[in-house]
Design a protein around this ligand. Sequence first.
Ligand code: GTP
Ligand code: MG
Length: 226
Amino acid sequence: MAKCYDILVRLLLLGDTGVGKSCILCRYANDEFLDTHISTIGIDFKMRTVNMDNKVAKIQIWDTAGQERFEAITHQFYRRAQGVLLVYDLCSRTSFENLSKWLTYVDEFANEDTELLLLGNKSDRCQWREVSCEEGQKFAEQYNMKFFETSAKNRENIDKAFQHICEGILQKQSLKRSTQSLNTSTSSNSHLVHRGRSVLSLESKHEDNSMKTSEHSYWRCCAGVM
Ligand SMILES: Nc1nc2c(ncn2[C@@H]2O[C@H](COP(=O)(O)OP(=O)(O)OP(=O)(O)O)[C@@H](O)[C@H]2O)c(=O)[nH]1
Ligand SMILES: [Mg+2]
């Protein structure tokens, strides 16, 4: 099948049950909002195509269930994510306190260079707020994440948050590409130096293939789980 995009970005939504992950995704992908809580079973996904840097970017977003009983399923998806949106409900201190648990999972199951973004959702319910904006900001800074307060209900910061994480991922990728080409030229130079002089051997760096899962095997793997 012909590829109809230039860039594929894979994101994962994580956080306690009820914080609004599915609503954030519905708002971003379909511009819809659902008032009732229908708990996600295992994992779900949606896509949106956007223009970034004059390229067509397909954003594939995996929406995980916050309930503990699905963790064994959802952990399998962490490694394929280039970015994780970590969500808490700013009207629920428990969901904020549980962020460290989600970060432990990210540490354990995601790639080291996964881009992270913290979202304090339900900003339209400020009168019931249990977590201040400053606390959210401070937590995010501790883990080197950018932070947004969002509302899936009134759209606040939803597009901005997705745009931010995608840009971060693309910047990281282009930096990685430049480093790799630099390494390649260094290692080919090192080869020449080694052959020509027979004395100097510079160690060539191995290319990091961890993020190069082909889309084909990716889909096969998901199909096995779904
Ligand atoms: N007021 C308000 N309610 C929201 C917002 N986002 C989600 N909700 C409500 O919060 C409840 C839970 O939303 P979901 O998106 O289903 O939560 P979830 O994080 O996907 O939950 P799980 O699938 O169980 O992990 C629903 O009743 C939503 O209507 C928001 O920004 N503002
Ligand atoms: Mg859900």
